[in-house]
Write a protein that binds this ligand. Structure first.
Ligand SMILES: Nc1ncnc2c1ncn2[C@@H]1O[C@H](COP(=O)(O)OP(=O)(O)OP(=O)(O)O)[C@@H](O)[C@H]1O
Ligand SMILES: [Mg+2]
Length: 338
């Protein structure tokens, strides 16, 4: 049997005594799209950057195509394509010049126009990088990764910050790479994206793999493939729902619970009866198919969306307090106009 595209054994990376990656073992098969999911700070970028040969592990080993980085740097560089979480492109180059520059680093390569066509940027090829939108810059970063016609792609949050249409267009690009037999490792915070694109997924938390499998396998581990979202007034205890026949898991949700259930046609009336028996009225009642986000909630106790919202709030608070500091410094220097 051929070597896996990636083999990771006992991988550890510590920064100042803190383990960003804490004993990861994984294999990525040739030709699969492999997703690494996890909240902010889980160790996704650190893991990917070690695989890309950009960071040294503290312990453990990684191999790409059966080869370690040491002694095979030239070969491995020519066989992989990288789109970093944040790619700094040179503003004063055109789109075409940017891809041509990346192309010049590699022995095996596509034509510039071919790479631009794959990411739908042909009509922007004369534009300066600084004039591109965020989504166009992301696509350009991917064109730079694919111009060396690599066998293995690393895409670190390729769709973060993009609008829904730009995200879908990147999904198409990734789908086409996969259809051409390329191996793809991507990180994302979007569960829907992982479910659509990835053959298999590893969920990382605090540097450890807490779940591994196909999206379907992970969802099946919930014990029920349908979800009832329920909130009530007054609140009803989790145990009440958890004890109902057909309820496989009762997960916390904003202002209520997500019940992972089997046989929804029988379980839903039981949930309504339980509310009535506890003198509560439903403030929210909805049913849907289970998703990876429910798996994430079951494993971590919180939705990855909630993690994101918390991180965004914290970032906003930091930005606001930095803004306030700048304003007050200006006032001190008499720069404030009014
Ligand atoms: N150069 C560094 N020095 C010190 N600590 C670091 C460094 N790089 C990463 N870390 C820490 O390692 C942990 C993992 O970071 P990493 O960037 O791998 O997370 P991530 O899963 O990619 O998160 P995100 O979703 O926010 O991109 C974090 O706690 C981070 O603060
Ligand atoms: Mg990251």
């Amino acid at each position: 049997m051929s070597d896996p595209a990636i083999r990771i054994r006992g991988l550890v990376k510590r920064f100042e005594g803190v383990a960003a990656v804490d004993g990861v073992d994984l294999e990525v098969r040739a030709g699969e799209c492999f997703g690494i999911l996890g909240p902010n700070g889980a160790g996704k970028t650190t893991t990917i950057e070690i695989l890309e040969g950009l960071k040294q592990p503290t312990a453990g080993a990684v191999e790409l195509f059966g080869l370690p980085w040491r002694g095979h740097e030239r070969e491995l560089r020519s066989r992989i394509g990288i789109a970093l979480q944040e790619t700094e492109l040179y503003d004063k180059l055109s789109v075409r010049e940017t891809v041509a520059l990346f192309r010049s680093f590699y022995p095996r390569r596509l034509e510039v126009d071919d790479a631009l066509a794959q990411v739908d940027l042909i009509e922007k090829k004369a534009a300066w990088v600084e004039k591109l939108s965020g989504g166009q810059k992301q696509r350009l970063a991917i064109a730079c990764a694919l111009v060396c016609d690599p066998e293995l792609f690393f895409l670190d949050e390729p769709t973060t910050g993009l609008d829904p249409a730009a995200r879908r267009s990147l999904w198409e690009i990734i789908g086409k790479l996969r259809a051409r037999g390329r191996t793809i490792v991507l990180t994302t915070h979007y569960m829907e994206e992982a479910e659509k694109l990835c053959d298999r997924i590893a969920i990382l938390q605090k540097g450890k793999v807490i779940a591994l499998g196909t999206p379907r396998e992970l969802i099946a581990r919930l014990g029920g493939d349908e979800i009832i979202e329920v909130g009530s007034d007054p609140a009803v205890a989790a145990e009440v729902f958890a004890a109902l026949p057909g309820v496989a898991a009762c997960l916390p949700d904003a202002g209520g619970f997500r019940l992972s259930v089997r046989g929804i046609h029988e379980t839903l009336p039981r949930v309504i009866d339980a509310l009535r028996q506890n003198g509560a009225r439903p403030s929210r009642l909805a049913t849907r198919t289970a998703t990876l986000d429910d798996v994430f909630v079951k494993l971590t106790g919180t939705s990855i969306g909630a993690e994101e919202a918390k991180a965004a709030e914290a970032a906003q608070a930091v930005a606001q307090s930095a803004g306030a500091r700048v304003k007050s410094a200006r006032r001190d220097k008499g720069e404030a106009t009014r």
